[in-house]
Design a protein around this ligand. Structure first.
Ligand SMILES: [Zn+2]
Length: 253
């Protein structure tokens, strides 16, 4: 058993007994770590523990153990602004779920940084940019996890899609099929407008005319389910979708 210090973002917290909690952090140096925090619910340290906040952690770590032991925790960036609107909190929950459902255990400083940036942006952007920010940061996160979708050229034949071409999204192949290769495929239709917006989101930009955000959310959710969570549905997306207008497809966006 060794004592380690690292930064962490609290992704999930469950009560364990009257006084304890089981916490899941994305840590900067050790990936996702489950922690048993005994006595935390009644201790002053527990008051500095905000969901999605960044903290300095001291842990007793033993390799292979399911839950590590919390020695100390102190707040660095509480991100309490996320609680100002339930939509901000729901969007933060999507980023957290993508990280939790990913099975890669390898620690990644880049992932820690991308998640932190996403949560900071969700806390601070104007309310009408929250969903666009989630889409941009969500695609950034799945790309950082190793699943960057291919949207420039057809995933089957490699041909660049023409400016007015309508293709279809092939989730298994991880990108868009051209009109010729899309025949018989059931994936969502992606027109030139939606493709342009997707390219912008993948660059981290929120398209000024982002239309049909619920369809974009569905696309990110389905992509995440196929590639990140091992085909288990991602619950947090449904919570965000409940805030958005009725579903359509992104095809003619
Ligand atoms: Zn093709």
């Amino acid at each position: 058993m060794s004592m380690v210090s690292t930064r962490g973002v609290l992704l999930r917290a469950h009560p364990y007994s009257e006084s304890s909690r089981v916490l899941r952090f994305l840590t900067e140096d050790h990936g996702v770590v489950g922690v048993m925090a005994r006595g935390i619910r009644k201790s002053p340290q527990g008051r500095g523990l905000d969901l999605f906040g960044e903290v300095a952690l001291v842990l007793y770590m033993k390799p292979g153990r399911e839950l590590q032991t919390l020695a100390e925790v102190s707040p660095l960036r509480p991100r309490r602004g996320l609680g100002s609107h339930p939509l901000r909190l729901a969007c933060a929950g999507v980023l957290a779920e993508l990280v939790l459902r990913h099975h890669g255990e390898a620690p990644s400083h880049e992932l820690f940084q991308v998640l932190g940036e996403g949560l900071d942006r969700l806390e601070s952007v104007p309310e009408d940019e929250v969903v666009g920010t989630l889409l941009a940061q969500g695609w950034g996160l799945v790309s950082t996890l190793g699943f960057h979708p291919q949207v420039e050229a057809c995933v089957v034949c490699g041909r660049s899609l023409s400016t007015d071409e309508v293709g279809r999204f092939d989730f298994d192949a991880g990108g868009i099929r051209c009109s010729g290769c899309a025949e018989g495929l059931a994936g969502p239709r992606i027109g030139p407008g939606a493709r342009g917006q997707l390219r912008g989101l993948l660059r981290g930009e929120i398209p000024p005319d982002l239309m049909r955000s619920r369809a974009h959310l569905q696309l990110l959710s389905d992509f995440g389910m196929h590639h990140v969570s091992g085909s288990r549905p991602l619950e947090a997306f449904r919570i965000v979708a409940a805030f958005l207008p009725e579903p359509t497809t992104v095809s003619d966006a």
